[in-house]
Design a binder for this molecule. Structure first.
Ligand code: TXA
Ligand code: MG
Length: 315
């Protein structure tokens, strides 16, 4: 079966041309970013945006992140403020997503924002997504390239596993460097983290005091409310498996090299653990295990994002 993966492409100028042609026509492509792989389409095109929701089977109420190459392009769609500029200078391009008020003149399809008055924007750092953004004249609406509620893909093969041939182009950019999604911060009021991610609470809290209230009446990240990041088999937290046909996700050097043990980081390094998290969950599922047990992961720094994903996976 020579052409089994015929929609997976290595990146080169020819593929860049094909990709921009697809995007210009309102079609979708899957591309690598530094966090996870994304399913990308023209954020100004209703056809493209609607198709993203359809392919992912994503609830219409869960808005998308809009990706830009630079500030001046983003300025057409959102209203910046002091906190934004402060964070942009330090973290961008990179794995931080800002919730800002939408500019009245914005051309973003209302389907992308689920008709909210706010927009989630991000400036990705990965070389491939940046060269694509530089070759088109619209921003990219781009959720993670997985079926809704499943684990985010961190390689081109992961994307293929999720979406098969529902899209014509999957660009192979190797393993996503970070392996966990961007941090989402709401800047429409007192800064508030809506989704923990690679940029940690401490990274942000030393710049300004974050709003820690969990006020349910305020809009939260709609996508954060439901079961998410599920590998498709039960995930049980803070418990050891009883039998060897149950997988055990572990962390740190005190664990043995048992066949059913999957160590996120022997060195107990949280960055390494984050990069291995989704990869490991997929691997375990593929090996045929029926249950995943997970040891306790330190709940500080990047551990907050890892535990957030594990908790949702266990729902
Ligand atoms: O790292 C990432 O952020 C990846 C890469 C591909 O950029 N993208 C990603 O997108 O994780 P997605 O669609 O899987 O997650 C977007 C999150 C959801 O939780 C969604 O509810 C939230 O951002 N979001 C989007 N627009 C929002 C808004 N206006 N207000 C609050 N939350 C919003
Ligand atoms: Mg996602």
């Amino acid at each position: 079966m020579k052409n089994f993966y015929s929609n997976i492409y290595s990146f080169n100028t020819k593929v860049l041309k094909k990709t921009t042609k697809y995007l210009n026509q309102g079609n979708l492509v899957a591309i690598p970013t530094e966090t996870v792989y994304g399913l990308a389409g023209n954020a100004y095109s209703q056809k493209a945006v609607k198709n993203i929701f359809k392919i992912k089977k994503r609830p219409k109420k869960n808005p998308l992140i809009i990706h830009y190459r630079n500030i001046s392009d983003a300025k057409k769609d959102v209203v910046f403020n002091k906190n934004f500029y402060k964070l942009y200078k330090i973290f961008c391009p990179g794995p931080l997503t800002f919730i800002l008020r939408q500019n009245k003149k914005s051309k973003i399809s209302p389907f992308a924002t689920s008709s909210l008055k706010t927009v989630a924007i991000r400036f990705p750092k990965n070389r491939i997504v940046r060269s694509i953004l530089k070759s088109i004249n619209f921003p990219l609406a781009m959720p993670s390239a997985n079926l809704s509620s499943s684990v985010s893909p961190v390689s081109a093969l992961d994307v293929f596993e999720e979406l098969k041939k529902k899209i014509d182009i999957i660009i192979d950019g190797g393993s996503a460097k970070i392996g966990i999604e961007s941090t989402v911060i709401d800047l429409t009021g007192k800064p508030r983290i809506l989704r923990p991610g690679f940029i940690t609470f401490n990274d942000l809290n030393r710049l300004f005091k974050l709003d820690l209230s969990n006020n349910k009446s305020k809009i939260k990240s709609p996508g954060m409310l439901k079961k998410h990041y599920s590998p498709g088999i039960p995930v049980i937290l803070n418990k050891k498996p009883k039998y060897s046909d149950q997988a055990y996700i572990v962390f740190g050097k005190k664990f043995r090299n048992n066949k059913n043990y999957f160590n996120l980081s022997k060195k107990a390094n949280l960055k390494e653990a984050a990069a291995n998290l989704y990869k490991t969950m997929r691997k375990i599922k593929k090996k045929g295990y029926k249950k995943i047990f997970v040891t306790k992961i330190p709940n500080k720094g990047l551990g907050l994002a890892i535990n957030d994903r594990l908790k949702r996976a266990s729902k």
